[in-house]
Design a binder for this molecule. Structure first.
Ligand code: COI
Length: 358
């Protein structure tokens, strides 16, 4: 293993790549990881020792606070390769801002912008063979921060580890999903951490989602924690409804994540002249729209799945099917997003960020 230093980042090179052990035609989401990982530690009030090293296990004390109090936040981003071999990221500045917003909410120190980009771009160039060209292929980027101070006193850690992992990806959910509208469980509450990508938000979804799966559904549509009257998110995604030709989605709040795919879909809809209504959407109006035929589509929007159409939902044990359509908002927005992400069309929004060795 040779040690070199690029800017302030130490790079420990691999001896040989694991890329040939991976079947890129049969990828399961989030299962395979690239050759490298990025690590940077927070100690004595500053982030230090940024290092890119071979992917492998960490040595952490079982007393580290992350294991006891879940002081951890993460992000989901993607990198793409276009037909000319150029590498692109999609709206990385939004992920950078959001991880620091999440960190602040969990009493974690913010990470510096320059190190975020340097770490990410240097590692993308080292792992560039893992980004396969072609629509649907991408590299899922998982930035995360964990509390590493030893001790079980319930107080914020004074030490942290910031990391990037990369995982080659195809699509996340395959096909259309069936969802259950939550009548009892909630993903977040007013004044809570729903707007942050806190690790615990996702752990808290597993049990209600398992219950939905036992009944033959794939995901839960989360409703507000106060009355379970308003539709808020779907699984790990923001959720959109098409009633006649209007696109509806809930406004972001304490309880709803400011999704990057969500705001991109709203911007695309506005550009395309589609009427969008960002407001609280009632469960009762969805049921009504389904019964009178004005509900045309439901779809989730998130980084991993991009756009995930819903084919049926259940509420109070009644199943409502969404009639199939030849042309959907879901497929239109997915195409428009992918075309921008893969550098197939102009990017009027300035969302694409090229990664190149300067
Ligand atoms: C995303 O789609 O952005 C996510 O966060 C999904 C992840 C939990 C797998």
């Amino acid at each position: 293993m040779s040690l070199t230093s690029q800017q302030s980042i130490t790079i420990e090179k691999i001896n040989s790549s694991n890329i040939n052990e991976v079947d890129f035609n049969n990828l399961e989401f989030g299962k395979e990881f690239t050759d490298y990982m990025f690590e940077c530690d927070y100690k004595d009030g500053s982030w230090r020792n940024p290092t890119i090293k071979p992917f492998g296990p960490l040595t952490i004390s079982p007393a580290a606070k992350v294991f006891h109090y879940g002081q951890a936040v993460f992000e989901g981003m993607k990198a793409y390769k276009d037909d000319q071999g150029k590498i692109w990221m999609f709206r990385p500045e939004d992920n950078f801002n959001r991880i620091n917003k999440s960190a602040k909410r969990l009493a974690i120190p913010e990470f510096p912008r320059e190190l975020f980009y340097q770490g990410l771009e240097s590692m993308l160039l080292l792992d560039k063979e893992w980004i396969k060209p072609g629509l649907g292929n991408s590299l899922y980027i998982r930035p995360f921060v964990i509390a590493t101070q030893n001790g079980v006193s319930a107080s914020p850690s004074d030490a942290y580890k910031f990391m990037f992992l990369f995982s080659p990806a195809q699509s996340y959910y395959s096909g259309e999903v069936k969802v259950v509208i939550a009548e009892h469980f909630s993903r977040s509450a007013d004044g809570g951490v729903g707007a942050a990508k806190a690790a615990g938000n996702y752990a808290a979804q597993f049990y209600p989602t398992n219950l939905a799966k036992e009944k033959g559904f794939d995901q839960v549509i989360w409703t507000d924690s106060n009355e379970h009257k308003y539709l808020e998110e779907a699984g790990t995604m923001n959720v959109f409804f098409r009633i006649n030709d209007t696109l509806l989605t809930a406004p972001v709040s304490d309880r709803i994540l400011d999704g990057i795919t969500r705001k991109s879909v709203i911007a695309l809809a506005e550009k395309d002249g589609i009427k969008t209504d960002v407001r609280k959407v009632k469960v009762s109006e969805l049921i009504e729209a389904s019964k009178n035929g004005s509900l045309k589509e439901i779809f989730g929007a998130g980084t991993a799945a991009v756009i995930s159409p819903v084919r049926a939902f259940s509420y109070k044990d009644e199943v409502y099917n969404i009639p199939k359509k030849d042309t959907t908002f879901a497929s239109r927005f997915k195409k428009e997003l992918l075309d921008i992400q893969y550098n197939l069309v102009e990017d009027p929004f300035g969302w694409r960020h090229e990664v190149s060795s300067k």
